[in-house]
Write a protein that binds this ligand. Structure first.
Ligand code: SAM
Length: 410
């Protein structure tokens, strides 16, 4: 079979899996979904990638491989000024996504059954592409990523998520075991789920695969859609960190950073020995990531942003620039207003009184022009607060505030 035929056969098998088990199997609501994920909110994506909030929220967004539209629905509701398009191979996934967004009243979104390989059929470019849990299911992930790269506007960002090989070792063994037992019935996904569940039920207590499933995945895998997505997939490429960077280098896009940066801090693994930590931190950035990958076999996926240069980068190191910035409270928090809140990562944090007051002071500020009075700058707010400039930098680094570069009337 030539390459294009193989690609088609595999893509058909993948579409069949998701037509049988559309993913994710979240219920359809008749209102906007609760909560947030900062990776689905353009101002925080832009802030993460460039250091500053965007000038405009009128962006064009592609949710590539949107599945049943859970992320697409969030993106639409969280970004009402955006124009959102969701595409997917699976007809049933697209039908569910469409129904989901209609039911919850997301009006700024459209869906189309289309392969990522064929994105050239879509007109124009996108400021932001979300592609989570998809390219590792493509027969040629690099080709898929390169296709998406052609649709990314200069200064645009793409968020990706692929599986990590080391942390999915037990899963990979089980996938192969199920396929072996299925034999010629491989491709019958319902049979695959049944065989997989039988094997888990039969394996002796203490068996490593059984234990791993029970400790880590069993809750979500109660749903057959999740079990099938994990164990009976017809196409999955798992990445080591080295493979990941080969993929990134070949994409023609620039690595911005992991979108779960706390996982990639050596401090959480070696922080008990400051001398050793210091020695490890002499390594190159990539080798530090490699070390984390080796020392933490729990890492089951990579998630990261790529950019199409050029794009701005604001460090806020310069005091004058920071004083002139307009701060707004990051809306990706739960429990506000209170000094005990869930932050952008859904971690409970306690705010000091002066931090709380600063957040209150910049709450609800619209950093746009045209209001009755200009929004307060960091300088304005510091004069009424006990915070220092360094404290403001910390609030920004902790993603509690977004900083807007002041825009001047022409
Ligand atoms: C694991 S699901 C992820 C769904 C969604 N992105 C999420 O995170 O909830 C993978 C989805 O990618 C879609 N997919 C796989 N290959 C694709 C391709 N070549 N083009 C478009 N979608 C594809 C599948 O149909 C499936 O709905």
């Amino acid at each position: 079979m030539d390459d294009s035929k193989t690609t088609q056969v595999i893509s058909d098998a993948v579409a069949r899996l998701y037509n049988t088990y559309p993913f994710p199997p979240e219920p359809i609501l008749d209102e906007a979904p609760p909560g947030y994920n900062w990776r689905w909110y353009w101002p925080t994506v832009h802030n993460f990638c460039t250091g500053a909030a965007p000038i405009s929220n009128k962006v064009r967004v592609l949710d590539a491989g949107c599945g049943t539209g859970v992320s697409t629905e969030y993106i639409s509701h969280l970004n009402p000024d955006a124009e959102v398009l969701g595409i997917d191979l699976s007809e049933r996934a697209i039908a569910t996504a469409t129904q989901r967004c209609q039911s919850s009243g997301a009006t700024n979104v459209q869906f189309r059954q289309l392969s990522i390989y064929d994105v050239d059929q879509i007109e124009g470019e996108f400021d932001w592409i979300n592609c989570v849990g998809v390219i590792h299911h493509m027969p040629d992930p690099l080709k898929g990523l390169q296709a998406l790269a052609t649709k990314l506007a200069p200064g645009g960002f793409i968020h990706l998520f692929v599986y990590a090989a080391i942390g999915r070792w037990e899963i990979s063994l089980m996938q192969r075991a199920i396929a072996l037992v299925q034999g010629s019935q491989r491709g019958d996904y319902r049979d695959g789920v049944q065989v997989g569940r039988q094997i888990f039920a039969t394996l002796p207590e203490g068996n490593r695969l059984k234990q791993r499933e029970r400790d880590r995945w069993a809750m979500e895998n109660q749903r057959d859609e999740c079990f099938a997505d994990m164990y009976v997939h017809p196409q999955e490429v798992d990445y080591t960190l080295d493979d990941l960077f080969k993929l990134i280098d070949a994409s023609g896009l620039e690595f911005v950073g992991f979108s779960n940066p706390e996982i990639w801090q050596l401090d959480r693994l070696l922080g008990q020995d400051l001398v050793l930590l210091d020695r490890a931190k002499q390594l190159s950035e990539k080798d530090q990531y490699r070390l984390v990958e080796l020392l933490d076999p729990e890492i089951t996926h990579f998630e990261w942003f790529l950019a199409r240069p050029p794009y701005p980068h604001q460090t806020w190191e310069d005091d004058t620039t920071l004083l002139a910035a307009v701060p707004t409270r990051n809306p990706c928090m739960e429990g506000w207003p209170s000094q005990s809140i869930f932050d952008h990562n859904y971690q409970i944090i306690s705010l000091e009184q002066k931090e709380f007051e600063f957040l209150q002071a910049c709450d609800g500020q619209a950093p746009t022009l045209g209001g009755d009075r200009p929004p307060a700058t960091v300088s304005d707010l510091l004069s009424q607060s006990g915070l220092s400039l360094e404290d403001v930098r910390q609030l920004h680094q902790r993603q509690l505030i977004l900083l807007h570069v002041p825009q001047h009337n022409p």
